[in-house]
Design a protein around this ligand. Structure first.
Ligand code: ZN
Length: 498
């Protein structure tokens, strides 16, 4: 085989993988937006076939041979082609490690687990979920060995979500978070509390929809390439760098919920839309890791979206959308309200400051579960104890405790830490950005183009071409969690006049 011919095959292989993925995504999007409710069965059949075909294509012996051939001729490949081969080989090696029957059994288990978890959560019945969770933990411990038998099981899983991280790295990170933030949150609890009652007046959905359109305009999201839909849980779905969808969820008694969902998902969308054209339809298209993705969404949501400069800039317009609700409110009151700290039970509803503690609790539990030092049956007990210890809240039942997130039911162990890492990366990006450009001048005029330009240059454009750690180095320099805790300490000390 000639290298040129092999590259043609490589191109076709990646386009096929893209196509299967695009088809599955379309079906998923349809299922959570406009599909009639009793139509899951047919989509399930189609999705099963698509996943199977994609898996077959990637684990085909011919694919293995093609990748080996290209690897041998790597000297004749461009840098981009070399990275494509590397990425595909990684997936190939991993998938062929897992015995087909175990893979099937696991797919069926996660499918079942999702249903069981929904029921268990609804009735707040951990015992119902326990046997399934036990099997999921056992599978993940086993799969960890297939991913990388040199590593400890939880390290191997962590590496799947944020390549390059491990328990040593995360222990140091969360150690800093615990040491600095737990006392800060306690101090805030004793300070004078912020009034955010006006955020919970009646905000009609129709006005909120127009407000979302405005926010997307401020973020520079081109509606020819990015639409907004409505789903129970907000998310971002990318097809390619010309086609990204975001969703939100409107609550008429809480205007900030959708506002910050739109900005958060808009941040994910900016990342995907900013990836270079030359990576499209290859495995290098798409954001590089969960942590880096969250760094972008949280940067827009918290660092920009909850900054005084931004809130002041958009507040007059916000009053136009909601004249009755916000007529008697000032921009400063709004700034303080959207930054109110409230130790709570639910991660997805938590504020910027307490968020990483919710994540830390999950990290500590997963570490022990996968490490074999905690039994599944003891999860609720440990969960409740840690919530009391770090956030000072009493967990009334498992629905508001260890059954709240869907991640474990989907077999995701090691996913949570990337949420907190993303926030920490963001704080360091801000520090570097402020050295390079005037951040707050344009933001205070409602102009985010300068900020977006910097992020595109340092992060977005690369897609998955660089390793996560290299993107972080590029945008943050050497990772230093104290930059994150300093950022939070400074912001909240001022806000609460501590
Ligand atoms: Zn996100």
């Amino acid at each position: 085989m000639e290298v040129k011919e092999a590259l043609g095959q490589l191109d076709l292989l990646q386009k096929k993988l893209y196509a299967y993925n695009a088809a599955s995504s379309s079906l998923y999007l349809d299922s959570v937006t406009v599909a009639p409710k009793d139509t899951a069965e047919g989509r399930g059949v189609a999705l099963g076939i698509l996943a199977g075909e994609s898996q077959k294509l990637l684990t085909d012996e011919k694919t293995g041979e093609l990748l080996s051939f290209l690897q041998e001729h790597r000297g004749e490949l461009s840098e981009i082609e070399r990275r494509e081969v590397e990425e595909l080989q990684r997936s190939y090696r991993q998938l062929v490690q897992i015995p087909a029957d175990e893979y099937m059994e696991y797919a069926m288990l996660t499918n079942e687990a999702s249903d069981v978890w929904h029921k268990a959560k609804e009735t707040s019945d951990f015992e119902l979920f326990r046997p399934v969770l036990e099997r999921l933990v056992a599978f993940n411990r086993k799969f960890a060995g297939y991913y990388d038998k040199e590593k400890k099981p939880y390290d191997a899983l962590l590496n799947e979500y944020e390549r390059g991280t491990d328990m040593e790295f995360l222990d140091a990170f969360f150690g800093e978070v615990r040491e600095k933030l737990v006392p800060l949150i306690e101090k805030i609890g004793q300070a004078e509390q912020i009034d955010d009652s006006f955020l919970h007046r009646h905000y009609p959905v129709e006005s909120q929809r127009r407000f979302s359109d405005y926010l997307m305009e401020v973020m520079g999201l081109d509606r020819g390439h990015c639409t907004i839909g409505e789903t129970e849980h907000p998310f971002t779905l990318e097809f390619n760098n010309q086609d990204v969808r975001i969703t939100t969820n409107y609550k008429e008694d809480s205007v900030a919920d959708s506002m910050y969902s739109v900005i958060h998902e808009g941040g994910h969308a900016k990342y995907e839309l900013g990836i270079r054209d030359e990576f499209q339809y290859t495995v290098l298209a798409g954001g590089v890791s969960m942590g880096v993705h969250e760094s972008q969404s949280r940067f827009y949501e918290n660092i920009i979206g909850r900054s005084r400069a931004f809130v002041e800039a958009i507040f007059p317009k916000m009053q136009e959308f909601f004249p009755e609700q916000l007529g008697d409110v000032t921009a400063e009151q709004m700034y303080r309200a959207v930054n109110k700290v409230q130790p709570s039970l639910i991660r997805t509803e938590s504020d910027e400051l307490t968020y990483s503690l919710h994540v830390m609790i999950r990290y500590e539990i997963e570490k022990q579960l996968i490490g074999g030092t905690l039994e599944v049956k003891d999860v609720p007990k440990v969960w409740n104890r840690l919530y009391k210890e770090y956030l000072g809240v009493d967990v009334p039942d498992d629905k508001h405790g260890c059954l709240q997130d869907s991640h474990w039911s989907g077999g995701s162990f090691g996913y949570f830490p990337s949420y907190a890492l993303g926030s920490a990366y963001g704080a360091q990006m801000l520090q570097n950005m402020e050295k390079d450009i005037d951040v707050w001048g344009p933001v205070s005029k409602g102009d985010l183009s300068v900020v977006s330009g910097w992020l595109k240059d340092k992060v977005h454009q690369y897609g998955s071409f660089l390793e996560p750690a290299d993107v972080v180095k590029n945008a943050c320099g050497t990772f230093d969690p104290s930059v994150y805790t300093d950022y939070l300490t400074k912001k909240y000390t001022e806000l609460y006049r501590l």
